[in-house]
Write a protein of this length. Sequence first.
Length: 212
Amino acid sequence: MGYQTDIFDYHINWKTRGHHPGQHKSDQRGMGIEFAGHSNLLDYPDPRRIDIRQSMRDPLEQIYVRIFNQRSTTPIMIVTDLSASMNFGTEKTKLEFASEIATVISNSVTSRSDAIGFIGFNDHTETNWWAPLSYRPHRTKLLIEKLKNYDPKNSGHKGIKRVPQILPNDHTLVFLISDFHIPINDIQATLSKLTKHTIVPIIIWNKNEYQN
């Protein structure tokens, strides 16, 4: 599989609040094709969208325009486990696989003009492993590349509890990459604070971890 070039398609099942034109359904008014109703011309002064029939029906003789919802962008975050167990591997470490997977995600998001960011966690969530949401994700790509040679040493995973505080406020599609060698109580406590987001867990295991 050519990780550097492959992309995948993804869809969201909610209306995004993004203001930038994109490919997802939104509740933002604009030049879209999804009919949202009528409004007074004074409120939406766009003569190109005047609805003559609706205007003629109004006994108060107001002029009405058709309004539409535009398609907009949506925020995407990659959250990656940087704990020591992710350094395990035979031909490749789990962190190297995480880098390849994150590259595919980043390429896919960029191809759809969505904003993307990155958070890495071990025992901490240090700012040198953060990349804010951006439509030009240079820092996200740098951190993804950095994963390949990162040595987590004896670090743990306690930083996962702080991830909910760092994520954007708006409904976000979150790809959570980890081997999930994390106490179930910590996972549950974290997920309980992420209910306003949509989480896609990506589990990376080495075959030696579950064979024998």
